[in-house]
Design a protein around this ligand. Structure first.
Ligand code: GDG
Length: 439
């Protein structure tokens, strides 16, 4: 979503895994035109999918970078798969790169890509953006090949993090573990230097507002309003992932029900949790635990005409989601760790300016560095989250409008264009952008 407009504007090529597996790797790139963008994809072998994608990316790096050392698995076949696939990507991509091109590499699946492209003789400017947190150095050093992984980042020209928290954790590693140095935006280690910056991702606010004002969102909003029956809705929207703190959220909501018997039947929690990475055991486990917790809370508190938690495991259209956000009095966004968290921003952007809802936001979401006017909570502290929900539900309109307006100003200032232009500007060394080539 965030890159689509940039790719059209710079007449870019999107390159990545097709999502398909094939019997034997051929290196064959398939090229297509989609909405004015050239999309180049490569199939992977089943072994790659297991070792690279389900393995090193989603069972080693994802949990570790979200501070779940307990869930992070390290197997030699995973890191071999990770290296192999990145090398294959680089081989397939190198012939598509022209002289003046710059390359923007996204996320933790592709950390060694620049290193592999350099081996293929690519000398172009290459930037890397990490969507997830960079972990504290004491956690990162639990990874057996942490030095190999981090040193690969020094083959980029620019590294972008979502937050100052991640940037400083990276600096800490460079200085204390790699015995390198940091001078302003330049960091040096492993015999090389790289530029490092903070680029918080934002929304396409106009696009999101338009979809929130559209017919589908309106219909969904009306449907939700009717189903509220005078009650206030507390809303969570997440990929079903252990980093999103869903179990802790349900327990905090249970605490809220216990602490506020007068509010009980006047409120319900709607949790939309879209299934994700279902082949990985930790995701099957969290799903089973959440089923059990919601069942227990609903069993304990429900009455004949009220259910405290509506828990939904399906996907909604983006414009439907906008209508649901708008109908919620409280947006409850309490990840245990999150690179940014766009749901927090979407919730704010979807509100009615005359009667906005209140955002309750985890201090461990990257978004909390920018969204001071939300009710910022520690998601591990049940009482605090329960108290914030009660406060949000009873907050007067003037205070809700005051907080919302400031949050909305921040979303407009730091939107998806600001994110993209800052990163691309630094990557290109602030040359004017190439003229758009009509598609
Ligand atoms: C990673 C980082 C960082 C959810 N359910 C439905 C649906 N969604 C959409 C939301 C939102 C997106 O998915 C989720 O984005 P988040 O930012 O909350 O989280 P991750 O997926 O973990 O993303 C994160 C992000 O990258 C960007 O840099 O913020 O920290 O982990 O846009 O609306 N969309 C639709 N139907 C659903 O049911 N259409």
């Amino acid at each position: 979503m965030a890159l689509a407009a940039a790719l059209r504007e710079y007449s870019g090529v999107w390159f990545g895994w097709s999502g398909q597996t094939t019997g034997q790797h051929t290196g064959q790139v398939s090229l297509q035109r989609q909405d004015g963008v050239t999309v180049a994809t490569l199939d992977l072998e089943e072994q790659d999918r297991q070792e690279y994608y389900n393995g090193y990316a989603n069972r080693t790096i994802w949990p570790l970078f979200h501070y779940r050392v307990d869930l992070s698995a390290y197997e030699r076949s995973f890191s071999e798969g990770y290296a192999r696939v990145n090398a294959r990507f680089a081989k397939a991509l190198a012939p598509l790169i022209g002289d003046g091109d710059f390359i923007w590499v996204h996320d933790y699946h592709l950390i060694p890509l620049a290193q592999e492209l350099r081996k293929q003789g690519v000398r172009n400017r290459i930037g890397f953006f990490l969507h997830i947190p960079w972990p504290a150095q004491r956690l990162l050093t639990t990874l057996p090949n942490h030095a190999e992984l981090t040193s690969a980042l020094f083959d980029y020209d620019l590294i972008g993090f979502q937050t100052e928290d991640s940037r400083s954790a990276f600096e800490d590693y460079v200085v204390k573990v790699a015995e390198g140095e940091a001078r302003g935006r330049r960091m040096g280690a492993f015999g090389r230097t790289v530029e490092v910056g903070v680029y918080p991702i934002g929304l396409d606010v106009d696009e999101f507002e338009a979809s929130a004002a559209g017919e589908v969102a309106g219909a969904e909003f009306a449907r939700m309003q009717a189903s509220l029956a005078g009650r206030s809705m507390v809303l969570g929207v997440d990929r079903l992932d252990y980093s999103k703190g869903l179990e802790e959220r349900f327990l905090a909501y249970e605490q809220f029900l216990q602490d506020n018997p007068d509010l009980r039947e006047r409120v319900f929690l709607l949790q939309i949790a879209t299934p994700s990475r279902e082949e990985v055991t930790a995701y099957q486990d969290i799903r089973a635990r959440l089923d059990a917790v919601t069942g227990r809370i609903n069993g304990a508190f429900a009455t004949v005409d009220w259910v405290p938690i509506r828990y939904v495991n399906r996907t909604y259209r983006r414009d439907e989601l906008a209508g649901i956000y708008r109908a919620a009095r409280v947006g409850l966004v309490t990840p245990l760790r999150d690179g940014m968290n766009l749901v927090a921003k979407e919730y704010v952007a979807a509100q009615d300016p005359e009667d906005p809802g209140v955002l309750v936001l985890s201090q461990f979401a990257g978004a909390s560095e920018q969204m001071d006017e939300a009710l910022i909570v520690n998601p591990f502290n049940r009482e605090e989250v329960a108290g914030a929900v009660a406060w949000a539900l009873t907050m007067d309109r003037a205070e809700r409008v005051r907080r919302w307006s400031l949050l909305m100003d921040g979303l407009r200032r730091s939107d998806v264009r600001a994110w993209r232009d800052a990163f691309v500007g630094d990557l290109r060394g602030h040359e004017p952008p190439a003229r758009r080539i009509a598609s």
